[in-house]
Design a protein around this ligand. Structure first.
Ligand code: AMP
Ligand code: GLY
Length: 426
């Protein structure tokens, strides 16, 4: 099978790596890929989706897998399907679950799926009125995609009103903020659940935990994610069952009933309050770096999972996972997440320990190949992934690997999976 992966991050590298190990896959294309994906397949520089669909036809590509949300929200799946191509990901309409907070909240309300109490509005009068009813902290969200920056947790009513005013005027996020959601703050712990659906059926993947803050102990600014691990012990069978019955199943059923079946990866961001799950957000794709720790746990060949999901045949699949843990530590560049850093060459020591070579690997993300040498050119440069029989073992391998990778300005968190290790110890 010939497979194309759309995107350029560590998530796409991880999907490509799983396909690379899959004997059913004969060739992998990345559009556009990064400086590391060269070692797994061919990078394709075609930006326009119609041209890319044409390319897929000409090359006889059997399956395209879309990594990031932007192409999905822009309708890449609809374009490929019009051309009769097989593509894994949600349609433009179904991608609104991530593309519009208002669509998402109204969907949750219609389907009776638990979420924070809210209003949606485009006027300051309504916003102020609802803010006055709430106790701080108060959550203000821009409707559209804002590269992860569109959510403000205000510590006072005044701050919430200011945030709403800045969004509604277009000052904060342009058109993406001219409608807002205002909602009550949920106090609990966060969990991410990933389900792969063919529009009708779904399979749930092991639960993963991301680490959003830049610094150890969950301090510092928010980032795209500084590390992740899976499966997490923060979920037990009872909670898992509640999440499946109250959230995942009604989401898939609701989308199907409303004529916008969800095909692809459904990423549910949850807040667990006193043991009860609430939906904070949906994403319509894998998390990054969550994907980097989920892919190596997949025992089922990746091509089979994605192909069956893209062709409405998930009922034929018995999905299997390795009985292992994976921990991923992001190595970021000097000025991340504030700004760009100077490109610096990446040197990876030869891994002489067989044990480490077998239990750890790199997923490349913000890297470029310049005159045959690998350079760190992005914010999140690469992810060191360790695999083990326990979380501790997986984490030790991941951190051993971080010591083998060198570039100027390299930084990373030293406490990935700390909550799991604490939970294990107690
Ligand atoms: P979202 O993009 O909606 O997931 O929001 C980004 C982050 O803001 C979440 O991961 C939470 O940490 C936080 N957040 C969003 N909504 C709420 C809420 N209603 N209560 C508490 N925290 C929230
Ligand atoms: N790691 C979180 C995300 O991809 O949105």
């Amino acid at each position: 099978m010939r497979v194309m992966v759309v995107g350029s991050g560590g998530r796409e590298y991880a999907i490509g790596r799983a396909l690379h190990q899959d004997k059913n896959v004969e060739k992998i294309y990345f559009a556009p890929g990064n400086g590391g994906t060269f070692e797994l397949g061919e990078n394709v520089e075609v930006a326009d989706y119609r041209d890319l669909a044409k390319f897929a036809k000409e090359e006889g590509i059997d399956l395209t897998i879309v990594g990031p949300e932007a192409p999905l929200v822009e309708g890449i799946v609809d374009i490929f399907k019009e051309e009769g191509l097989t593509i894994f990901g949600p349609s433009q309409k179904a991608a609104l679950l991530e593309g519009s907070k208002i669509y998402m909240k109204n969907f949750l309300k219609r389907r009776g799926i638990p979420t924070a109490r809210y209003i949606e509005t485009d006027t300051m009068e309504e916003a102020s009125e609802f803010i006055d009813e709430l106790e701080p902290p108060i959550v203000v969200k821009a409707d559209g995609l804002c590269a992860g920056k569109g959510v403000i947790i205000a510590q006072s009513q005044e701050e919430a009103k200011e945030a709403a005013a800045r969004m509604l005027s277009g000052e904060a996020f342009g058109p993406a903020g001219q409608r807002v959601v205002i909602e009550e703050f949920l106090d609990g712990y966060e969990l991410s659940i990933f389900a792969i659906s063919d529009g009708e059926r779904y399979v749930i993947l092991p639960a993963a935990q991301d680490h959003k803050r830049l610094l150890d102990g969950d301090q510092g600014p928010n980032t795209g994610g500084m590390g992740a691990y899976a499966p997490t012990p923060l979920i037990d069978d009872e909670l898992y069952k509640k999440i499946e019955e109250r959230i995942v199943a009604p989401t898939i059923e609701g989308m199907r009933e409303e004529g916008t079946p969800f095909e692809g990866v459904l990423f549910v961001g949850l807040m667990i309050v006193d043991g009860e799950p609430y939906v904070l957000e949906y994403n319509v794709r894998f998390g990054d770096p969550e994907c980097e720790v989920l892919m190596p746990l997949l025992k089922t060949p990746a091509s089979e999972l994605f192909y069956k999901a893209a062709t409405k045949r998930l009922d034929e699949l018995e999905i299997e996972f390795w009985d292992k843990y994976a921990v991923g530590v992001v190595l970021a560049s000097e000025n991340y997440p504030y700004g760009k850093s100077k490109p610096s060459e990446i040197i990876v020591d030869e891994i002489v320990h067989q044990d480490l070579a077998q239990h750890a690997h790199i997923c490349y993300a913000g890297v470029s190949l310049i005159e045959g040498k690998l350079f760190a050119t992005g914010g999140r440069v690469l992810v060191c992934v360790g695999i083990g029989d326990t979380i501790k073992e997986a984490r030790d391998y991941a951190y051993m690997l971080t010591g083998q990778v060198h570039f100027a300005g390299k930084k990373f968190r030293s406490d990935i999976a700390y909550q799991a290790l604490k939970a294990d110890a107690s």
